[in-house]
Structures are given as C-alpha cells and as structure tokens.
Write a protein that binds this ligand. Structure first.
Ligand SMILES: O=C(O)CCC(=O)C(=O)O
Length: 265
C-alpha cells in the first residue's frame, strides 16, 4: 500500500483551496499512491464571516472530492470540511473517505474539540461553532484497516487504542491544522508516540504557513512506522510525501515486541 500525505495552505477562497488540493492529489496519484490524505479544513481556513455556507456530505465539496478520487483512481481521505451541523450555530468537522470509484466509504466527525486558552499564544473555542462527533471509525481500504481522527484528537490516546483494539486499525490517519506554537513542541512527539504505543503506521497531513486571520500552522506532515521511525516528511510549504507501507514490518514488530498483546488494562 503506497500512501501519500499532502500539505496545504488553505485560506479564505474555497475554490482556490479545492484546486490546490486537487493538484496535490494529482501529484500523489502520478507518484503511484493508492491512498491519499489531505489536511483538516481543506475547504476553508479563514475568517468565520467569509465562510461559505456549510454543506451536507453530498454537497459541492463532497461531490468535488468524490470526482477527484474517481478521476485519479485513488482512495482519498479528504482531510476535513465544514459539514452542516445539528443546529444553525454549529457545524461538524468532518472527514470523508472515498474509494477508487469515488463512492463514499466512510464519514468521521471530529470527537475532541480544540477549546484552549494559552495567554498571548492561542485562543480557540472550537465548541462555540462546532459540534463534537461521538463515533470512532475504522474503514477498510483494500484489506488495510484505517483508523480515522482529526487534529486535536491526537492528544487523546484512548481514541487510538479503541481504533486498534476494537477496530483492528493498522494505519492511523490524522488530518490536521496544528498551530505553530503547539506544533513545534508536540506534533512529532505525539505522532510517534501514537505509532509506537499502538504499533501502527501513522499518516498525518497538516496545514502549513499563514492563514487568515493570524493563524500560522506548523506543517511537517509525515508518515511514521510502527517502530516510531519517520519514513517521510514534507518540508515547509505545500507539498506531498509518498511512502510504501511494509505490513510485514508491522506484523514482525507486533510479534517480537508484543506490547499490544501484553496489555493488562
Ligand atoms: O492540539 C493542538 O495543539 C492543535 C489542535 C488544533 O489546532 C485543532 O484541533 O484544530
């Protein structure tokens, strides 16, 4: 299974964001990727006032990515987008997975919302405008069980443990828009920890650079193997990294260092 993670700088122009995302998926497909991952809020990352009306799963954004997956013949985890939520004041932060034919294979709504106040650094109240999901999701990608998550979820190891122990996940994906302040100290450490403790591959696609208004994202999208080794990383700025997942390596790590099997709680 060849996996690509795409790093993007989405801003306040949805049409331009979708075109940029499509160009990255094209690059990944021409490098032979089977499965392509985009970042969180691939559709829009700008001022709330200018945000296009949120859509249902089968709206313009969903249909756009279904068409990209079908045209390029890849599995596509379309980062996340602003889905019309349970009431007019709240959206869902939703990840859609399309198969090679462009059929919707899974939908995951971000469970943990980023409500953080770090004076002078980060002030974010995601729950003011986003409703939480409540269902962990594992999707079968041609025999590979893939556990879904979004950004802040990365800080909650119990979600990933469930994806692995109940859902059998072997690849964990993290579309994200991690901010610079937390990303530079926590992003890689958390991704490698989730990979090591769950003996899984982890693929994480981040937003990069400045977004309106005054939000700077860390980027450093990467793929990590079940030993915690970084197999590929996108440098600063938009780009793609493509990595082959060696599932025999996952099996031998799980057999030789059976920490998943040795759990007592
Ligand atoms: O956990 C973090 O530091 C960043 C999370 C975040 O930016 C998000 O969930 O949107």
């Amino acid at each position: 299974m060849r996996v690509a993670v795409c790093q993007l700088n989405a801003r306040d122009d949805r049409k331009a964001n979708l075109a940029a995302a499509e160009a990255l998926v094209e690059r990944a497909a021409s490098a032979g990727a089977d499965l392509v991952l985009l970042p969180e809020y691939v559709d829009y990352l700008g001022p709330a006032a200018g945000m296009p009306a949120p859509e249902t799963v089968d709206g313009e954004v969903g249909r756009f990515f279904a068409g990209v997956a079908r045209r390029l013949g890849v599995w596509l985890i379309a980062g996340s987008f602003h889905e019309a939520g349970p009431d007019p004041a709240h959206t869902w932060n939703t990840s859609l997975v399309f198969d090679r034919a462009g059929a919707l294979a899974a939908t995951y709504r971000k469970i943990h919302l980023y409500d953080v106040e770090i004076p002078g650094r980060v002030s974010y109240l995601e729950s003011a405008t986003v409703a939480p999901g409540d269902e962990p999701v594992v999707v079968d990608v041609e025999g590979l069980p893939v556990g879904l998550s979004i950004c802040y979820d990365l800080r909650f190891p119990e979600l990933y443990r469930r994806l692995v122990t109940e859902g059998g996940a072997q690849l964990l994906v993290v579309p994200a828009a991690f901010m610079m302040h937390t990303g530079r100290d926590h992003w890689e450490v958390l991704l490698r920890a989730r990979a090591i403790e769950n003996q899984c591959f982890v693929a994480a696609a981040g937003q990069t650079g400045d977004h309106d208004p005054g939000r700077t994202c860390y980027g450093r999208s990467m793929v990590v193997d079940p030993w915690g080794t970084v197999l590929g990383q996108v440098p600063d700025g938009p780009g793609v990294t493509v990595v082959d997942l060696d599932l025999d390596r996952l099996r031998s790590i799980r057999a030789e260092l059976p920490s998943l099997a040795n759990r007592r709680l």
